[in-house]
Write a protein that binds this ligand. Sequence first.
Ligand code: DCP
Length: 239
Amino acid sequence: ESVDEELKDTDSSKPTQKKRLTFCVEGNISVGKTTFLQRIANETIELRDLVEIVPEPIDKWQDVGPDHFNILDAFYAEPHRYAYTFQNYVFVTRVMQERESQSGIKPLRLMERSVFSDRMVFVRAVHEANWMNEMEISIYDSWFDPVVSSLPGLIPDGFIYLRASPDTCHKRMMHRRRSEEGGVTLDYLQGLHEKHESWLLPSKGSGSGILSVSQLPMHMEGSLPPEIQDRVFYLEGNH
Ligand code: DCP
């Protein structure tokens, strides 16, 4: 209830106009973000009228330009060569998607992933794997904050973290068999899992619940912008 109260108060400067809330659904590769969002979208007509679903623009990464380049595939095939190019394009497609998004028609918007997980999870992982060099990470870091702060639509009101073990995600990934992900190892998923955990769930517990911002790690600068006065909701998904 206290969360409800706080969410209502977020736009106190305009008491008559309700603010649209945006939550980003986060979680490891194959955890079930798309399924979760599809279920919500197809649940009931009432829910469909309330919630705008913004899927991740993966189709844009798989089909670039008139030559139909698959940049997701290029990244996994030659990560040293394409990690920066790919992460840069991921960011740009989120910006393009944000511009295309219908503003204010539905009161709740659920987005699959965000520029924050791109940076806190994937960019860190590819940097640690030496797939992005010091120059490339410096370039990424130099434009990230200024560009994000000029596009307020990219900053959500909170996060929904779908949490499952790397093992579970690996099994689901093998079952799904997305062609580009053939070479993704359990080790890589383990690294992505740890980055999600330390970013979104520093005080590990079991079950599902709500975290307050004060429980988030203070040492992680840039992990959550100060504008986010809301919460991280987390759901266990090992079933
Ligand atoms: N990816 C990446 N860097 C990013 C974002 C995504 O390398 N900044 C990669 C990871 C996956 C693919 O893009 O190979 C799609 O990623 P997601 O985990 O976001 O999507 P899934 O379809 O795997 O999620 P789910 O199965 O939970 O719906």
